[in-house]
Design a protein around this ligand. Structure first.
Ligand SMILES: NC(=O)C1=CN([C@@H]2O[C@H](COP(=O)(O)OP(=O)(O)OC[C@H]3O[C@@H](n4cnc5c(N)ncnc54)[C@H](OP(=O)(O)O)[C@@H]3O)[C@@H](O)[C@H]2O)C=CC1
Ligand SMILES: O=C1OC[C@@H](O)[C@H](O)[C@H]1O
Length: 366
């Protein structure tokens, strides 16, 4: 729906999007129904296989929105057919798969990006700019929580992709990625490239008793830097990334518990409210007496009633127009660093998925 909204309404008239085809691996009728339900303008082809879709010469870029377990195989299919790709989060099941996708895109001179839509919200861009400009001083800690109190057995059962190990289910890859996004985009992405270093990781996982997928994961990260910020000692910052599908970060969905994200600097704090994947406002709180002004509240507007996915789509269009293979906002290096954190969390928690979906073999029938 976001792709169909007029970019001018969000000051993005320099790009445009056309949905030219939709594919369903289970039935052509499903693709046809999707096109009619959304009123996608003609011409828009309906395909009954992903193979057919990636062979369509009219298509510039394919959006992969299948369960995590299938991303590696689906993205390889598209890249091998010469298509640029935007692939939903979590990028793949493990870092080894992500690295091969990136190498393949590089070799074939194709654009590839992990679809972490939140990074392209104006709110995220503004917060990163504020951090880089030193508005809250040196940022030394970020706490992020992406959690829902679902009645897990009733809502997700055992087969749904949220909890099914065969589909790489679990809180970590589905929701924990957003907590990690906030930790990384505030403690890692905001540093000059040469100062970014992968964090060390300590974590705990609670398995869902019916499937073994993680229902709760808590991660403590330590980000070192190579360059001292003063002559005495190099900077270190801490990230706390939490996720659960059993207890909520925001139980009444009114923000009564406070912010789901707290970004803490030596001169103040930025708090982000709303679901961490679709934040609705943020507050900058200067430290008392630091001379950095008043508390500042900023709302996220969603022009034309969009959901907020159009901003990442605009980024993809701009990258393609400008001949870029990767997006600066969600760079390949950062996707790999985050996947490596999730690999380490799963290693520490003894959580692995079936061999087939952890495999880097391609093609493989899943
Ligand atoms: N950015 C965001 O806000 C959101 C992102 N996501 C991400 O999007 C991806 C898909 O999530 P979601 O749409 O909830 O997933 P669904 O379980 O609804 O699956 C999406 C589609 O994937 C296809 N598919 C292909 N193979 C399989 C398989 N073996 N089992 C099930 N489905 C299969 C099916 O389409 P068909 O049969 O027609 O081919 C299905 O309709 C995930 O990576 C998720 O993390 C999800 C929700 C929100
Ligand atoms: O990316 C997502 O954001 C919204 C959630 O409800 C969903 O499970 C997840 O995949």
């Amino acid at each position: 729906r976001d792709l169909l909204l007029d970019p001018a309404a969000r000051d993005a008239a320099d790009v445009s999007h056309k949905v030219l085809a939709v594919a369903s691996s289970s039935s052509k009728d499903k693709a046809t129904k999707f096109i009619s339900d959304l009123n996608i303008p003609s011409p828009c082809a309906a395909y009954s296989s992903y193979e057919e879709l990636v062979s369509d010469p009219n298509i510039d870029v394919v959006y992969v929105a299948t369960p995590h377990s299938h991303h590696y195989q689906n993205v390889m299919l598209a890249l091998n057919a010469g298509k640029n790709v935007l692939c939903e989060k979590a990028f793949t099941v493990n870092a080894a798969q992500t690295k091969i996708l990136i190498e393949t895109a590089q070799k074939k001179n194709l654009f590839l990006m992990e679809a972490v839509w939140t990074r392209y919200f104006p709110l995220s861009v503004q917060i990163r700019e504020s951090i880089k400009a030193g508005e809250i001083g040196e940022v030394l800690r970020t706490v992020a929580d992406t959690s829902f109190s679902d009645d897990v057995e009733v809502r997700w059962g055992t087969e749904h992709r949220m909890v099914n190990p065969d589909l790489a289910g679990g809180a970590l890859l589905d929701l924990g990625i957003y907590s990690l996004t906030w930790v990384f985009q505030t403690l890692y992405h905001t540093l000059p490239k040469e100062q970014r270093k992968p964090p060390t990781v300590l974590s705990q996982i609670t398995p869902y008793h019916l499937t073994g997928a993680d229902e709760a994961t808590t991660i403590l990260l330590n980000f070192p830097t190579s360059t001292p910020t003063n002559s005495a000692h190099p900077r270190q910052s801490h990230g706390v990334a939490m996720t659960s599908i059993r207890v909520a970060g925001d139980p009444d969905e009114e923000g009564t518990t406070g912010a789901n994200i707290r970004i803490q600097g030596t001169l103040g704090e930025i708090q982000v409210f709303g679901n961490p994947f679709r934040p609705v406002r943020y507050r900058v709180i200067p430290k008392k007496g630091a001379g950095k002004g008043e508390v500042r509240d900023v709302k996220c507007e969603f022009p034309a009633g969009g959901h907020g996915m159009y901003w990442e789509a605009d980024e993809v269009a701009r990258c393609l127009r400008d001949g870029k293979l990767e997006s600066e906002g969600m760079s390949w290096d950062e996707s790999i660093a985050i996947m490596e954190v999730m690999d380490e969390v799963r290693r520490q928690g003894g959580l692995s998925y079936p061999e087939k979906i952890e495999s880097v073999e391609y093609p493989l029938q899943l």
